[in-house]
Design a protein around this ligand. Structure first.
Ligand code: ADP
Length: 158
């Protein structure tokens, strides 16, 4: 079985993330979506809410070969623990590249077996980020074309 890890904040999961998940699922038999806690970030949704939102989104989009995990240690520790050394990340623009380049180098130093696979964003999601969705939702704007129904409902119920 070919397995991969898709780590991130997913605060919340967007159609951009889901596009990457779907494409990764064509190359890997199983993808673990791993919600990591970056101490430098302040999150809008609790980790468990983010997990529920991802699980609901996967059902809505009929994506089956994924599991969702909350993990509060380093990504490399998750990789060592599970033996999954393939990592998926998405790239939108040049600014993503710089950040991802650094992250990849650090992960390699910590655990050389790690292999990160980069998926170029689908053009229609190249501008889309969780923070954009939060910002639009904050001002009661329409986020329906950026997220699944369950995520939209969650914002409506805040
Ligand atoms: P992190 O805090 O680890 O950057 P994110 O949830 O913001 O977590 O992103 C997780 C991964 O998904 C990153 O590799 C990011 O570049 C990618 N990603 C986020 N939004 C998109 C999108 N619209 N298209 C492609 N990749 C994306």
């Amino acid at each position: 079985m070919k397995k991969a890890i898709y780590p991130g904040s997913f605060d919340p999961i967007t159609l951009g993330h889901l596009n990457i998940v779907k494409r990764a699922c064509k190359l890997f038999d199983e993808v673990d979506i791993v919600i990591l806690n970056n101490p430098n970030k302040h999150y809008f949704f609790e980790a468990n809410t983010r997990k529920e939102l991802i699980e609901g989104a996967l059902i809505e989009q009929e994506i089956k070969n994924c599991r969702v995990v909350v993990y509060d240690q380093l990504l490399v520790e998750y990789a060592k623990k599970t033996g999954i050394t393939n990592v998926i990340r998405g790239l939108r623009m040049v600014t993503d590249f710089e950040y991802e380049f650094q992250l990849n180098a650090i992960n390699k130093k910590l655990f050389p077996e790690i292999e990160t696979h980069f998926f170029m964003t689908d053009e229609k999601y190249s501008f889309l980020s969780s923070s954009t969705v939060r910002e639009i939702a904050h001002f009661k704007g329409d986020i329906s074309q950026f997220v699944t129904k369950n995520v939209e409902l969650c914002f409506n119920n805040l």
